[in-house]
Design a protein around this ligand. Structure first.
Ligand SMILES: Nc1ncnc2c1ncn2[C@@H]1O[C@H](COP(=O)(O)OP(=O)(O)OP(=O)(O)O)[C@@H](O)[C@H]1O
Length: 266
């Protein structure tokens, strides 16, 4: 399997191209040890997926990076600063999109900017741009209940993009949409990673999805979780998105990850 030691946390200081460093992080919920001494580097401008058995602590790690949860031990370092709380450098796309049901699409997308005190005309111009980028032009004045699950998901993504955070945290953002939309989003996500130069941290249950969208995949062990391996799919990245799913390297990596994870399947 194509592993690289460079992607695991060094004992002193982050790798030069690392946007987020997870250093020796443990998290206990009372007697439950969710994460144990977990270290991981997230390269800047790349998409890293967290993949592992159900309940291994993927969402816990994402929330600790977001500053929504405190680690029991260890630290998260972003650009030299230890994370202590949520901050404007990170935006979270929740599993259920967390949209405001009473607000229009444009207000939902602009909401993060509204909270930051950005003037209405400016925030609506920014929101318009990202609404267009995620393919929702024409739906600015619709309300969440008027949209399909896939469209609501795009609103959540546009909101996260519009605050211009350097780190985007996505917790299974495609889990609530049908297979066709899911594939379209995966293609769109690859485009966004290429065009936005942000660091994406992506939780998924799908091996195929992780291999399709990721520059780096961190396989987590069952609870108490640590990183068992780092995989960097690379050979098929520039062969065109329509060719990835039948590329031999893609298929081999999917098989190899399944071989690693199958013993944990329920
Ligand atoms: N607030 C909490 N209190 C107690 N235990 C919790 C809490 N949140 C999570 N846990 C436990 O911590 C472990 C890790 O949970 P987490 O949701 O981070 O895993 P996950 O890998 O994201 O799970 P899944 O793949 O099923 O979404 C699980 O055993 C879970 O039951």
């Amino acid at each position: 399997m194509s592993q690289t030691d460079a992607a695991t946390a060094p004992s002193s200081g982050p790798a030069p191209d690392s946007a987020v460093s997870v250093r020796n992080v443990s998290k206990n919920y009372g007697p439950v040890e969710a994460l144990k001494n977990l270290s991981l580097e997230f390269p800047r401008g790349e998409l890293t997926s967290l993949l592992g058995p159900s309940g291994c602590g993927k969402t816990t790690l994402l929330k600790i990076i977001a500053g929504l949860l405190q680690p029991s031990a260890g630290e998260i370092v972003i650009d030299g600063n230890t994370v202590t709380a949520p901050g404007p450098d990170r935006a979270f796309v929740f599993q259920d999109f967390a949209l405001l049901p009473w607000a229009s699409v444009i207000r939902n997308v602009a909401f993060g900017l509204e909270l930051r005190g950005v003037a209405r005309s400016e925030r609506e111009a920014i929101a318009e741009k990202y609404i267009a980028n995620v393919g929702l032009s024409g739906f600015e004045n619709s309300y969440p209940h008027q949209l399909s699950g896939g469209m609501r998901q795009r609103v959540g993504l546009a909101r996260a993009l519009s605050v211009d955070a350097q780190v985007l945290l996505l917790d299974e953002p495609f889990s609530a949409v049908d297979e066709q939309n899911r594939r379209k989003f995966q293609e769109d996500l690859l485009e966004l990673v290429r065009n936005e130069n942000k660091t994406f941290i992506f939780v998924t249950h799908s091996i195929e999805e992780a291999v399709y969208v990721s520059d780096q995949i961190a396989i987590l062990l069952p609870r108490p979780s640590r990183v068992s391996e780092i995989i960097r799919p690379s050979g098929f990245r520039n062969k065109g998105i329509e060719n990835i799913r039948r590329d031999p390297e893609y298929l081999d990596i999917v098989d190899e990850i399944w071989a690693s994870l199958r013993s944990y399947a329920e």
